[in-house]
Each structure stands twice: as C-alpha cells, then as structure tokens.
Design a protein around this ligand. Sequence first.
Ligand code: TEU
Length: 532
Amino acid sequence: EERDDWWRSAVIYQVYVRSFADGDGDGTGDLAGVRARLPYLAELGVDALWFNPWYLSPMVDGGYDVTDYRVIDPAFGTVAEAEKLIAEARALGIRTIVDIVPNHVSDQHAWFRAALDAGPGSPERQLFHFRPGRGENGELPPNDWPSQFSPTASTWTRVADGEWYLHLFAPQQPDLNWAHPAVRQEHEDILRFWFDRGVAGVRIDSAALLAKDPELPDFVEGTDPHPFIDRDELHGIYRSWRSIADEYGGIFVGEVWLPDSERFARYLRSDELHTAFNLSFLSCPWDADRLRTVIDETLAEHAPVGAPATWVLCNHDITRTVTRYGRADSGFSFAAKEFGTPSDLALGTRRARAAALLTLALPGSVYVYQGEELGLPEAEVPLDRIQDPMHFRSGGVDPGRDGCRVPLPWVASAPYAGFGTEAAAEPWLPQPADWSSYAVDRQDRDPDSMLALYRAALALRRATPAFGDGPLHWLPAAPGVLAFERPGGAACVVNLGDTPAPLPAHRELLLSSTPLPPDGTLPPDTAAWLSP
Ligand code: TEU
C-alpha cells in the first residue's frame, strides 16, 4: 500500500556502504554487496535505506569528500548499478535516501583544482573562501575558527601562491561559498540528478554550517548571529530545495546539530526540511527522568511545526550503542572511547535491547545504523590502521570514529566473518577477533539474538501503525520506570531502575527485550510492549 507520508513513521536503515558487504572481494563494501543483501534488509522489515556518500571520492573522510556527485566511486560501482539497486529495493518496498554534502567538496573536485590553478582574484576562487593571511607576510590564518574535527586544529590551509582557504573539516574538504549563485545552482541540479534516478529522499550533511559571515570575522563566544553556524541565509536555500523535492514527492532529513530547540525547529517549517535528526539520545544517560525530559522536549519542539520526530541511537560518527550503555556513566559521553569489559558489554547489550523497543514505540521515525540490529560493540581499531581524519586532525589524541565503521560479520565460519566473497581480500578496517560471534547466520538461528529482537519489533511495529507518528500519553509508573501509551492503547514500559517493577495489569505481553519472569514483573534494564 502506497502512502506519501511514509516518512512520518518510517524505520530507516543506515548503510555505510564501505563496511556493509563486499560483493567483489576487494575488501571494500560495494553496491553489489548491498544488492545481494536486499532480501536480508526486506526480512529485517525496514522502510528505507540511507546510504552514506557513495560518490567519486579519494575517501579521506569516508566519502564525505566528494570529487563528483554524478559519478559513483568505482570501488562501490556505477550510476547504472545504483539505479538498479534503487529499483530492486523499491520492488521490495524499500525506499532510498542519498547523502548530499553541500558544505564542502574534495580538494580533487574540478572546481577546487581550477581555483588553485586560476590564482588569487580569479572567478574560480570565488566558489570557495580564499583569503590573504594575516601577519606581516600573510603567514597567519585569516581567522581563528576551530576545526569541527578538533578544537585544536585550524580551519585554514595556505596554498603555494600565499592565499589561504577555509575548511571547517579536513584540509582535503574545502568549504564552498554559498553566497555564490553557481554553488546554489549546482546543488539544485545535483538534487534533480538523484531524484531523477528514483531516490525518495536526501540526507543533508552538516546542514547548519553552509552559510558563513562574508567578513569571516574571528569567533567571539556568544556572538549572534554566529559566523558559521545556523545563519538565517540557510533557510532561503532550504526553501528552494523544498520546492524541488516537492516536484518529485521527495523528502529531506537534515543533519542539524543545534542545542537550541527553537532554532532547530525553524529548519522543520512546512516549506523547509521534512525531518532533521534528533540527536538528543546520543548524549542522554540511561536514566528514566533524563530520558523522559528528552522525549518531552523533543516532542514539544516538533509539535508547533508539525514535523515528526526522528530517533537515533547510533550512527557512523558515534560510539556504538551497546558500548555506550555499558559504561558507568551509561552513554553520556558519546565521543569518549573506552571499550568496556565483557560484563560492561553484557549490561550495555541488555540496555540497547530495551532502548530499541523504547525508540521503536515513540512517535515519529527511527534510524537504525547497520550493525545495531546485530548488537555490535564499538571495535578497538589498532592505531596503525586508523583512517578517520578526526584522529589525525586531533594530533592523534582522539581515536576517531573507525570503531563504529568496522565491516559487518555475515557468516561465522567464513574468512573475515563473511564480509566478502569466498577468496576475499582483508577488509579495509580489521575486525576484532570475536567478530564472527555476531555473524548474521548465527543470529539468524538464535531466537534470543539481537537480530531476532529487531525482526520481531519491526514486524510488530508494522502491524501496529499507532506505534508510528501520533500522540504519546504517559502512564503512571514507579520511579525509574517509563510507561506510555500510543493511540489505540498499545503501551511501552521500560525499567531503567535497579529493582523489578510491576507491569500494568490487564494487558497482554506483545514483546519484551529479554525474557520476563513468571511473576508479572519487569526486571531492570528491560522493556516490554503490551497490548491495549
Ligand atoms: O558530520 C558533521 C559533524 O558535525 C561531525 O563533526 C560530528 O560533530 C562528529 O562526527 C561527531 O563525532 C558529518 C558526517 O556525519 C561526518 O561523518 C563527516 O565527517 C562530516 O559531516 C564532514 O562531512
């Protein structure tokens, strides 16, 4: 059945192509690997796939450094193959969302190479932020903006002729000048290029960073407007993008990291973005009061603009959920990298199972990051194998984000846990020794596995449309317990306390995150879905 508001309640699976499945055996995931696993994704029961950038790229930042938006990186496949994938997924009822990175391009992009060649004062340089340096000989960067990858790294790099260019991320990711009409035109054409190829939606990378104060002033804490975050010019850009999406019935999800909920909601006005990631669970500890506050605030900020909330437990930038929830501070510091003892991981896994049922019962749409359905922990990547530019920008202090990007385990008995073909090369990032214990084929046969839980929950969510977009009604509950009801009366109860909690009476159990005792109580770190 076709619904044009599918996105208001969708479960969207995030595919980090490089690490999903390797179809040609070169050690890197690819479109052939995804196509071969479409039946797996259909059986899992997701509504859409969001693909991290799959375009031509030197992969300095895992593809967030794009050389050409109209070409698929040859390590992944071709545009013709992407079109096949989009159509095959659609035939299984799965929509496709692509990732557009408008803030910057690769330093290998034709525009940047031309800008380097053309020199100071040229029209080619106007497409970026080139400036002379400060100091007597221009030897100091034009301003003091800190890098998004590390507070101690600069956002400026000097080129041979003495000018500097701005890059909020790595030096290989020069920022585009969004005040230039050609930059706007090019991105509108790119949107059409992918909508014409059948995609249902677009994720907008770093969506609040594109616009810059043209004076590029030093950053003074508390300055309003901020010189490069959340500037008003952005809303005009997204309004014109929206009119393009509307021609195709396509949708947007913005990566809008903003602490201020009113400012965040402005991106969700009816003529701008359909949705934006609500990333508040990523920095919220496993605590009933704190989670309830986050849920209430999230729903309150979305309500006035009529946009559905999105729920995110994990993504390719964040320490994996079971590792976060296994920590003494239970998830508070998503960027910290401690890997946890086996008993931390057991606790984290238990909580991640409960968190899955919690998010899947909340109003709105839910994002599931590949491997979350397998309960993968954050992997410890040996220092000499780390590839993430965040690690290098921080001078080696931050291990970076590779630990959540390790290639997936598919077949326990196969080399490299079946990430690739029979005689495949070693995966681009090494897998931990126990990776095969998480393999899909093993979990497939185990009714108590994380995979079995996700399959059951997604099937039940489909059969219970009230678990999607719509109102939420809190039920009375013991301290440390969250209990709420959705339209039609289905309920979700989560025990975040350390003693068993009574379950509401006169309801039938639909699903629990771990098996329940016969005495009708809900053990600590457990969630249950109950019938009306
Ligand atoms: O991330 C944007 C962003 O703000 C990141 O710096 C984020 O704060 C950090 O990763 C948190 O640990 C997006 C992409 O999701 C990320 O993978 C890219 O590296 C980045 O943009 C640059 O394109």
